[in-house]
Design a protein around this ligand. Structure first.
Ligand code: BG6
Length: 520
């Protein structure tokens, strides 16, 4: 057994370097006092530092309005790191070497003085690469994306005409607009001050190991890729379920809802990776071209189609594992008669050669029984002879499940004989678990994304046409809902798998949802 494992290790094919390809640079975080900075960005940078993946030298500057010194900001960040760093304790010596390069710049981001202060800080860094290689991370409210970009441009910190080898890039958090028109307007604004190649739009799902693995799985395995067509596949289900409710984010969620918050970005991205054609190369643009092509081949929704193909839902008070859970309308900063959807389910048709006639069912919701993201590829049943003739629908069709989180892995479900003298058949499962196979530390999405942005590799970021195409799909659905109030079939008790209307969506096609289960 040992020998086999050793052999597998020898067969690793490395497509990229782990270290050394990132030029020294300064990362400037706007929104330094925010939750994202403390929970995700600084822990990710600290872990990259621990793995020696950050460039040397490197600087981090946080910009925010509150009065702080370098020292007080570092102390706050350390405290947050100790609270949020996942499965790794904080090494004091490592923190000290990291924190020595972390600085704070106070000011109102609407005020040009901040940008002058920033320039002065940068000028104080001797190394020219720290002054001219700049990654601006916009962890601020979306209405500030364009004004901050303009100010950076005016202060000559962000240049469209920068000469190689120097670079400046913008990393833009979601939500990128709230509909097609606002996303187009935002793109238009950003592109006035930066080239498209300088804009890195984040969808943190693309930083997840298992989401990246979709491409490897599909295009490095002949056995699966050959089955990846309408001839073999009956339908595909993509589920992103969340156990938590909206928590403190009621104010934001009232403006967003599940469709904008999850479907427009995470679910459509996963769909694009699952269904796209093989790209001509592994270059960012080739992969992004194929994703856009796929999104464009989704059959447009007609007003009549929306009623049959899209379901929304909202949780009311319920209970889960003996705990009483409030309904959405009782959450903080939510209107008591709100019709905002906390659940959405869609049936999509993809009008291309490969997928014609294969429905893709997508669903996501808050306050469901379990947090799990998975893609289930359901194969066609066997012909109605032999075992199928005798068992009918009791004979389970084969399925392949890609579990994106948690307990990341891939399962193949097929039928096997129940041992014994009687003749009986039942589904069995072959399971690959990341944890068992690799055991190692899986980096957080933001580690990978920050590193790629510093390297200038845009593969895991969303291109302008991608974000706009996705908004087009979501806008058509929203227009179809046209502010109609929710019906009884669209409410679901917190802690259950969504509204009855979502079950109807599949029942009308003679199918049913397969709910994720905890994997033993
Ligand atoms: C965010 C949404 O983009 O993704 C949240 O705004 C959601 O509402 C989160 O909870 C889910 O991300 P993850 O990584 O926990 O699956």
């Amino acid at each position: 057994m040992d020998g086999v494992e050793h052999l597998d290790e020898l067969m690793v094919c490395r497509l990229s370097q782990d270290t050394g390809s990132v030029e020294p640079c300064t990362i400037v975080i706007f929104g330094a006092s925010g939750d994202l900075t403390a929970r995700k960005l600084i822990p990710a940078l600290y872990h990259l530092h621990g793995q020696k993946l950050l460039p040397d030298p490197v600087r981090v500057i946080g910009v925010a309005r509150r009065e702080k010194t370098d020292e007080s900001w570092r102390a706050e960040l350390l405290e947050a790191l100790q609270r949020f760093s996942r499965n790794q304790s904080v090494d004091a010596a490592q923190w000290d070497t990291f924190a020595a390069n972390v600085h704070y710049c106070r000011g109102d981001i609407d005020d040009p003085k901040v940008y002058r202060g920033l320039s002065e800080r940068l000028a104080g860094f001797g190394d020219e690469r720290l002054r001219r290689n700049l990654l601006f991370y916009l962890a601020v409210s979306p209405s500030q994306f364009a004004p901050v970009t303009e100010q950076l441009h005016q202060a000559q910190l962000l240049r469209r005409d920068e000469e190689a080898p120097f670079w400046q890039r913008l990393v833009v958090e979601k939500p990128f607009g709230h509909d097609l028109a606002s996303a187009q307007a935002l793109n238009h604004e950003l592109i006035r001050f930066a080239h498209e190649q300088q804009v890195f739009r984040i969808d943190h799902y693309l930083g997840k190991e298992t989401v990246q693995n979709i491409l490897m799985f599909r295009f490095s395995n002949a056995i699966f890729e050959q089955l990846w067509t309408r001839q073999s596949i009956d339908h595909v289900q993509i589920t992103v379920s969340e156990e938590l409710g909206v928590g403190q984010r009621g104010g934001y969620y009232e403006e967003a809802g599940a469709l904008r918050d999850m479907v427009q970005n995470h679910l459509l991205q996963v769909l694009a990776l699952i269904a796209m054609e093989p790209p001509v190369s592994l270059e960012a643009e080739s992969i992004r071209d194929e994703k856009v092509k796929l999104l464009k081949s989704i059959r447009p929704f007609t007003p009549a189609g929306i009623a049959r193909q899209v379901v929304r839902g909202q949780y009311f008070a319920g209970q889960h594992q003996g705990q009483a859970l409030a309904g959405y309308r009782q959450e903080e900063r939510v209107k008591p008669d709100s019709d905002v959807e906390t659940f959405a389910a869609l049936k999509l048709s993809i009008d291309n050669w490969r997928w014609s006639g294969v429905p893709f069912y997508l669903r996501t919701g808050k306050r469901l029984p379990l947090s799990a993201s998975e893609v289930r590829v359901q194969f066609r049943p066997t012909p109605h002879v032999l075992f199928a003739a005798q068992c009918g629908s009791a004979l389970d069709a084969n399925a392949l499940t890609l579990r994106l989180q948690p307990q990341e892995g891939i399962s193949l479900r097929f039928n096997g004989k129940v041992p014994g003298t009687s003749t009986a058949v039942r589904p069995v499962r072959m399971h690959f678990s990341y944890d068992t196979e690799f055991g190692a530390y899986t980096p957080e999405a933001y580690e990978r994304l920050l590193l790629e942005a510093m390297e200038g590799d845009a593969t895991l970021f969303i291109r302008r046409d991608e974000v706009e195409t996705a908004w087009g799909i979501v806008d058509a659905i929203r227009a179809g809902w046209s502010d109609a109030p929710l019906t009884n079939r669209e409410f679901y008790a917190a802690g259950t798998w969504g509204p009855v209307a979502a079950d109807d969506l599949l029942t009308q096609d003679g199918r049913s949802w397969r709910n994720p289960t905890p994997i033993a």
